[in-house]
Design a protein around this ligand. Structure first.
Ligand SMILES: Nc1ncnc2c1ncn2[C@@H]1O[C@H](COP(=O)(O)OP(=O)(O)OP(=O)(O)O)[C@@H](O)[C@H]1O
Length: 319
């Protein structure tokens, strides 16, 4: 394993078998300090099983795991007290109030009493639950429970937060707030592992993503890197310009990074490109004697990458 600190999460040849079934297969996952890493993949790809191993909640069959330099198999409590965990259904004691639930967690984590009280009040206020702090959690809506889960994380002040489908079942407003919360944590230098099926959300907050497929990490990188690998290009640049159509089209097609140029209407062109070619396209239009009216760019889209990747996998399997 590499030097502590560089990677907050590191797995080597991590494998989990249930009988003959391999749920996680030879997984090498590395998440750097301070990054937001998105875990994607179809149902049953092994995402939750991986997360449970990272938290010491289930033991690997083979391979190694380090979380914050600790082995969760041997030191599950040390890992749990340092890592914030937000599953899709946050487990709280329904008969206890919001505040009592947090006091209970604080005790489990060995927080000193006064410090715990201070942090709990702060966290409850931050997530907007201060006014219901003394209500039983059994009366809470799903969104309120999730907020309490967030309060628990804020109270812990962890170095790493692991989230498994955290916005599942939340309304759009609550999901948006949740994304802001992730950004806030990132600003504080906290590392985040986020598993989600909501690709646009993942794209909005993640620095890198890993695509899981049948227990393996099939692809890994920034959205741009994945776009290059899977789509070949990924950027679309839209150009509106008058002038000699053939000259403009040729000039655009000659740009480095342009893989295809299509005429999509009167004086309108669409470039498929490996990067944002707007400045280069502007220059090319002028040099080809054209007049530029507008330029726009569409960045690579994780939905498209995901759909294309799995279509190709299926196609490969069918062949
Ligand atoms: N305790 C268990 N016993 C037997 N098989 C299991 C057990 N837990 C998980 N599995 C199987 O392991 C595979 C991976 O499950 P896992 O929950 O990790 O997938 P996932 O990627 O999180 O999927 P989802 O997106 O549906 O949450 C699935 O086929 C699942 O049925």
């Amino acid at each position: 394993m590499s030097k502590q600190n560089e990677f907050v999460i590191e797995t080597r040849h991590l494998t989990k078998k249930y009988g003959d079934f391999v749920a996680v297969n030879d997984l090498n996952l590395r998440v750097r300090r301070g990054e937001v890493f998105g875990v994607l993949g179809p149902n049953g790809a092994g995402k939750t099983t991986t997360i449970l191993m990272l938290l010491g909640l289930t033991d690997p069959t083979e391979g190694e795991v380090r979380v914050l330099g600790l082995d969760p198999t041997r030191r599950p409590l040390s890992v749990k007290s340092r890592v914030g965990y937000l599953p899709d259904q946050v487990g709280f004691y329904d008969e206890l109030t919001a505040r009592e639930n947090l006091i209970y967690t604080a005790k489990l984590n060995g927080l000193p009493r006064q410090e715990a009280y201070r942090r709990i009040e702060e966290a409850l206020t931050q997530v907007g639950l201060a006014h219901v702090a003394d209500q039983r959690v059994g009366t809470f809506s799903r969104g309120m429970r999730q907020r309490l889960g967030v309060a628990e994380i804020l109270m812990k002040q962890p170095q790493l937060v692991i989230m498994d489908e955290p916005t599942q079942g939340l309304d759009p407003e609550a999901s948006r707030e949740f994304l802001d919360f992730i950004r806030q944590l990132k600003q504080q230098g906290i590392t985040i592992l986020l598993s989600s099926h909501l690709l646009y959300q993942v794209q909005a907050v993640c620095d890198r993503v890993g695509l899981f497929h049948r227990g393996r990490m099939a692809l890994e990188g920034t959205v741009q890197e994945l776009a290059k690998k899977v789509l070949g290009s990924g950027y679309r640049v839209f150009v509106e310009a008058s002038g000699n159509q053939e000259a403009i089209q040729n000039a655009l097609a000659a740009l480095k990074g342009a893989s295809e140029v299509r005429v999509v209407g009167n004086n309108r062109y669409e470039i498929a490109a490996t990067q944002d070619l707007r400045p280069e396209a502007a220059k090319a239009v002028i040099e080809a004697g054209g007049k530029l009216f507008s330029l726009a760019v569409e960045e690579p889209n994780l939905e498209e990458i995901y759909a294309r990747y799995f279509k190709e996998v299926e196609h490969g399997e069918a062949a």
